[in-house]
Design a binder for this molecule. Structure first.
Ligand code: GLU
Length: 430
C-alpha cells in the first residue's frame, strides 16, 4: 500500500486551536464532508445531534444530604440503526463533550460497518469520591430519567470512562423493573451472568492490538520487541498492556491520572496491575522511574497508545512526539491541528473511530446474542472481532489512499459516506 504523500484536504482550519470537543468533532466532519463533496442538506443534518436530553438527578448521599447531579444522553444519528455508545462518569463531563462523543460513535459504528448509529451519555460527578451505594443510587436515577429514550431498538448504552459491568447491571435492572420484564439488550458490557458477552471486557484493547499489528505491517516494524508507551491504565490501557506483552512487545511506559512509570527494559503488565490494585496507582512501581503523563507522550518509542481522555496531543506537544505509530485507544486524544503536524512529520496515526472500535463491535455481538437468546464462545467472539477490525483497517487504508490523505480523513470519508448515504436514502420526515 502506498504511503500517504500529501494532505489534500482544503482544511479550513481555524487559525487558533480550539479545544472544545464538539467544535473539534464538527471540524473533523466538515473536512470529510468537503472531501466527499457532500450535499448541503445532508451536511446540515449530520453536523448536529438529533436529540439531546439533559437530566437533574437528586441522589441521597451517605451523609443524608440530597445532592443534584446533572446528566446527559445525546443521540447523534440513528440512520443506520439504534443509537449506541457508552456512559461516562467524570467531573469534566460537559454537554459539548457528550455531543462530540456521540458524533464520534456515529462515525465509529459506520467505520467498522455495524448496524448502529451513535449516542453517548455522561453524568458530571467524581465517582472516585463516591461510595458504591451513592454511585448505585445515582445510576438508577439516571437510568430512570433517560428511560424514555433508551431501549434495545432505540438507544443502547455501554460502559465508558469510570463506568463498568456493574453500572450496566444497575441500568439493566432499573429498566427491566420499569417495563415489567428482563431486557438484557438495553445495555451492553453487562456481567456475563446477566447476558454479557464473553470477550466484551477485553474487546476494546484486543481491537487496539489487532490494529497496532496492522499498522506495524504498514510501517514494516515487527510488533515483537517493539517499544510501546501506554497512557492510561483503566479498562482499555490496562488490558492493552497485557495483550501487547503477550505478543512480546515491550511496554516501556504506563501511566494513570496520577503520573507514569518508565523502564526502558520493559514493564511486566501483571506486576503493574497487582501494584495498581494494591496502591491505587502505577506511580512508584518498583523497578520503574517516575515520569509525568506529558513525558510519556513525547517518549522515543515505536508505538504510542493514548488510552485516557481527549486533547492530550495538541499544538503544544505534537512536534515533540517521537513515536512512529500512534494507535488512539481513547476517544479524541489528538486535535485536528496536531493531526496535520504529525502527518507532515510522517507519524503513522490510526484514528480512534477505527482503533478503539473493538469495544462497540463486541457490544454489537452482545446485543445480537441477547436478541437471539443465544451465547457464543469467547474464541468465536474474538475471531469475529478480529475479522471486523482487519477488514475495517483495510477499508480505511483504502479510503485514505483513494483520497490521498491520512488515516483520520480516510476513516471519516468512509464513515461519513456510509451515514450520508443511509440518511439521504431514508429521506426526510415529514
Ligand atoms: N464507550 C465505548 C466507546 O467509546 C464503547 C461503546 C459501546 O460499546 O457502545 O466506544
Amino acid at each position: 500500500m502506498a504511503t500517504v504523500t500529501r494532505p489534500v484536504i482544503p482544511p479550513r482550519m481555524p487559525p487558533r486551536e480550539d479545544l472544545n470537543p464538539f467544535h473539534i468533532a464538527q471540524l473533523q466532519f466538515d473536512m470529510a464532508a468537503e472531501l466527499l463533496k457532500l450535499e448541503n442538506g445532508v451536511r446540515q443534518i449530520l453536523r448536529v445531534p438529533r436529540r439531546i436530553l439533559e437530566v437533574s438527578l437528586p441522589v441521597e448521599m451517605d451523609n443524608g444530604q440530597t445532592k443534584i447531579f446533572t446528566g446527559y444522553r445525546v443521540q447523534h444519528n440513528v440512520a443506520r440503526g439504534p443509537a449506541k455508545g457508552g456512559i461516562r462518569y467524570h467531573p469534566n463531563v460537559s454537554l459539548d463533550e457528550v455531543k462530540a462523543l456521540a458524533a464520534w460513535m456515529t462515525w465509529k459504528t459506520a467505520a467498522v460497518n455495524i448496524p448502529f448509529g451513535g449516542g453517548k451519555g455522561g453524568v458530571i460527578c467524581d465517582p472516585k469520591r463516591m461510595s458504591k451505594g451513592e454511585i448505585e443510587r445515582m445510576t438508577r436515577r439516571y437510568a430512570y430519567e433517560i428511560l424514555p429514550i433508551i431501549g434495545p431498538e432505540s438507544d443502547i448504552p455501554a460502559p465508558d470512562v469510570y463506568t463498568d459491568a456493574q453500572t450496566m447491571a444497575w441500568i439493566m435492572d432499573t429498566y427491566s423493573i420499569m417495563v415489567g420484564h428482563s431486557v438484557p439488550g438495553v445495555v451492553t458490557g453487562k456481567p456475563i451472568s446477566l447476558g454479557g458477552s464473553e470477550g466484551r471486557n477485553e474487546a476494546t484493547s484486543r481491537g487496539v492490538v489487532v490494529i497496532a499489528e496492522e499498522a506495524c505491517k504498514q510501517k514494516k516494524i515487527p510488533l515483537r520487541n517493539a517499544s510501546v508507551a501506554i497512557q492510561g491504565f483503566g479498562n482499555v490501557g490496562g488490558i492493552a498492556c497485557r495483550l501487547f506483552a503477550e505478543r512480546k512487545a515491550k511496554i516501556v511506559a504506563i501511566s494513570d491520572s496520577r503520573g507514569g512509570a518508565y523502564n526502558a527494559r520493559g514493564i511486566d503488565p501483571l506486576r503493574a496491575q497487582r501494584y495498581k490494585d494494591r496502591t491505587g496507582t502505577v506511580v512508584g512501581m518498583p523497578g520503574t522511574s517516575r515520569i509525568t503523563n506529558d513525558d510519556l507522550l513525547t517518549l522515543k518509542c515505536d508505538i504510542l497508545v493514548p488510552s485516557a481522555l481527549e486533547n492530550v496531543i495538541t499544538l503544544a506537544n505534537a512536534d515533540q512526539i517521537k513515536a512512529r505509530i500512534i494507535v488512539e485507544a481513547a476517544n479524541g486524544p489528538t486535535t485536528p491541528h496536531a493531526d496535520e503536524i504529525l502527518h507532515r512529520k510522517g507519524t503513522y496515526l490510526v484514528p480512534d473511530i477505527l482503533a478503539n472500535a473493538g469495544g462497540v463491535t463486541v457490544s454489537y455481538f452482545e446485543w445480537v446474542q441477547n436478541q437471539q437468546g443465544y451465547s457464543w464462545t469467547e474464541s468465536d467472539v474474538n475471531a469475529k472481532l478480529e475479522a471486523v477490525m482487519r477488514r475495517a483497517f483495510a477499508e480505511v487504508a483504502g479510503s485514505a489512499q483513494k483520497h490521498r490523505t491520512h488515516l483520520r480523513h480516510g476513516a471519516y470519508a468512509l464513515a461519513v459516506g456510509r451515514v450520508a448515504e443511509a440518511t439521504a436514502t431514508r429521506g426526510l420526515f415529514p
